[in-house]
Design a protein around this ligand. Structure first.
Ligand SMILES: CC(C)(COP(=O)(O)OP(=O)(O)OC[C@H]1O[C@@H](n2cnc3c(N)ncnc32)[C@H](O)[C@@H]1OP(=O)(O)O)[C@@H](O)C(=O)NCCC(=O)NCCS
Length: 172
């Protein structure tokens, strides 16, 4: 377990983690063979890049909020919260998507980041949260199970899990 000071928390995208964001996302890009142009705008104009990601935005046909998981100047990962489901998201996608960048993986951050994301879900008024995860994505499966995910079948290669929230937003 990683004892970062201050403890990581979910925040709106912020310029204060610029260097760490670029380094982390670039490491992911190399590791996962992602499109090199993906971070072009972030390199060119980080302020504009951030501005486009703050607040509630419409994506996947629903309102969405983007959070960054941050400790001081360290950017660890991203969590996206979809405020409601569509028929498509009910099958694949769910309410929450996330990643932890490769330099910070395997230290329990995703497990704790999802727990923090569930508090945000509760704040939005959600009582049950759907997550989907590619069959075979063992790290993500473990993150979801550790947060109380209950398996509800597989659709188009994605395992579906429901997490029931208590009043505080924590899973149980
Ligand atoms: C899935 C992901 C978020 C996990 O992040 P992480 O910070 O490494 O996760 P954690 O450290 O909280 O580990 C969670 C569990 O998975 C295990 N784990 C992590 N990486 C693993 C790996 N490569 N192989 C096997 N197990 C792994 C951990 O040991 C831990 O298990 P435990 O709870 O039994 O101790 C990260 O790998 C990632 O961003 N992947 C790419 C994007 C993605 O798949 N997102 C999820 C989409 S549904």
């Amino acid at each position: 377990m990683d004892e970062l000071v201050p403890p990581p928390r979910l925040v709106a995208p912020t310029t204060s983690v610029r260097a760490s964001f670029l380094a982390g996302e670039q490491a992911d890009q190399l590791a996962d063979g992602l499109d090199a142009g993906r971070l072009e705008e972030a390199h060119r104009d980080f302020g504009a890049f951030i501005a486009q990601r703050r607040g509630v935005r419409r994506r996947w046909g629903v309102p969405c909020t983007t959070f960054w998981y941050v400790s001081g100047e360290n950017y660890l990962g991203t969590l996206i919260l979809r405020h409601r489901l569509t028929p498509e998201l009910t099958e694949v996608g769910g309410h929450v998507g996330y990643h932890v960048v490769t330099p910070w993986r395997r230290r329990g951050h995703a497990t704790r980041m999802l727990a923090a994301g569930l508090v945000e879900c509760r704040r939005l008024g959600l009582r049950r949260v759907l997550l989907t995860c590619a069959a075979g994505n063992e790290p993500s499966r473990r993150v979801i199970i550790a947060n109380g995910g209950v398996h509800d079948g597989r659709i188009r290669g994605e395992d579906r899990y429901w997490i029931t929230l208590d009043e505080a937003g924590r899973d149980r």
